[in-house]
Design a protein around this ligand. Structure first.
Ligand code: G3I
Length: 405
């Protein structure tokens, strides 16, 4: 592309926070360069071959890189005025999206007792999900008692190290306090609706502005695509989801609200059920912003890169964001070198599928180190070993999330 008489605009598929690298050729003077979301800045003494980077600010869509001639320099240096570039040819434009952030599920007991665990979280991850500390049994042990200390500890640690925080989870059929599962008086539709509404309002409100995303609903669709049978769904009906998502939006309008599920990594009745549900909810104005693909990739799960690619395209087509929310790849002991390589490949496939889809903007592994994985330390299911050292799978995931797989 050659610089025109005054200016030239190069159309490029840019999204906010991208970096545009432009390689110039044949221009030995001053050039102005920018995008249609940034000011044109003057680059001087452009050598005959130079690569320039233009950062694209977040928040504004950008579709063009602009070049313009710079006025000849007023000041004379070394006796020579800096000529403006009479012509410039651009022979390459790289649009590099920022790496997809890597997150981990966090346990408060491990964070308090295990120094390598704590150090790995702070240095190897950019997002944290309290693994159990935000579930109803933990934060709402009695009808009129909320207990946020454990979750506050994780959120405080994460945010003090610049990590984002995901909330998990508000509406689930498991890890519920006994006062919900075995009430003195049986619940009615309206009394349990009020319990749910108040729970979501109180918990999301407590963390407003500190948790950027909530798994509002977790595992609410069965493998056959029908709604899971939980005390919420059985007592309230299918609009238990409406109650939870609307209360969450009202409590923190800035948080992303996600429907999280497992077993939806590949096409089938389960995935169809989630698509139907999300489409119906959104059509009724229920604020579902994203779908969480848990990606517990057990050996023999048979989930392939193309499965995930098709799945992400399908979910993104609903107009929602997509996240990998609970990735792990357990292996049967003994953890041989071959098994380690296979694990890295499986993780990298999932990470690459996320990188390839602009709708996928976070990849979370279900555990910081093997030592505290819910799968058991002997399965080596996550990215960092029990002593806090990243495994080959960690490097493979980081490369894939940066588009270098
Ligand atoms: O808190 C009690 C403790 O007081 C008791 O001494 C101890 C011994 O039994 O149990 C502790 O509760 C355990 C709880 O984790 C907190 O550590 C439960 O027994 C145990 O069943 C529970 O497991 C959690 C599991 O969800 C429950 O379904 C796992 O840690 C957690 O990783 C797992 O996470 C789920 C996601 O939330 C949803 N997606 C699937 C994922 C894996 O199952």
């Amino acid at each position: 592309m050659r610089l025109g008489r005054r200016a030239t605009t190069l159309r490029a598929p840019l999204v906010p926070t991208h970096t545009v690298r432009v390689r110039l050729r044949g221009c030995g003077g001053r050039l102005r360069i920018g995008t249609d979301a940034t000011r044109l800045r003057t680059v001087t003494a452009v050598r005959s071959m130079q690569t320039l980077s233009v950062a694209v600010p977040s928040g504004r869509p950008v579709s063009a890189v602009r070049f313009a001639r710079a006025a000849a320099a007023r000041a004379r240096q070394n006796g020579r005025a800096r000529r403006a570039c009479a012509r410039v040819s651009v022979d390459r434009v790289d649009v590099a999206a920022p790496p997809v952030p890597l997150g981990a599920a966090v346990r408060d007991d491990a964070l308090a007792s295990d120094a390598p665990y704590r150090s790995a979280l702070a240095s190897d991850f950019r997002s944290a999900t309290p693994e159990n500390e935000l579930k109803m049994e933990a934060v709402h042990p009695q009808p009129d008692i909320y207990s946020f200390e454990r979750a506050d500890g994780i959120v405080g640690f994460a945010r003090s190290r610049g990590l984002a925080v995901r909330g998990h989870t508000l509406l689930w059929g498991e890890q519920l306090p006994r006062w919900v599962t075995s009430p003195v008086m049986p619940w009615t539709r309206s009394s349990l609706r009020e319990v749910l509404r108040r729970h979501v309002t109180t918990v999301v409100g407590h963390f407003r502005g500190r948790i950027d995303t909530w798994d509002v609903a977790n595992e609410v669709v069965r493998a056959d695509g029908s709604r899971s049978s939980t005390i919420w769904q059985r007592t309230i009906g299918d609009d238990d989801l409406d109650v939870a998502f609307r209360a969450a939006r009202a409590a923190d309008p800035g948080a992303r609200l996600v429907l999280n599920d497992n077993g939806i990594e590949r096409a089938g009745a389960h995935q169809d059920g989630v698509v139907r549900l999300v489409r119906d909810l959104r059509a009724r104005g229920v604020p579902v912003d994203g779908i969480g693909i848990q990606a517990h990739l057990d050996p023999g799960s048979g989930v392939t890169a193309s499965d995930l690619d098709r799945t992400m395209s399908r979910f993104a087509a609903l107009g929602v964001r997509v996240e990998i929310t609970e990735a792990d790849v357990p292996r049967s002991p003994p953890l041989t070198p071959a098994a380690t390589v296979a694990q890295a490949e499986t993780f990298a496939q999932a990470a690459d599928a996320c990188w390839q889809h602009a709708a996928c903007d976070r990849f979370t592994v279900w555990g910081v180190t093997d030592a505290h994985s819910w799968r058991g330390a002997d399965t080596g299911a996550v990215l960092v070993d029990g002593t806090g050292h990243p495994k080959p799978a960690y490097a493979a995931v980081r490369a894939a999330l940066a588009g270098r797989s």
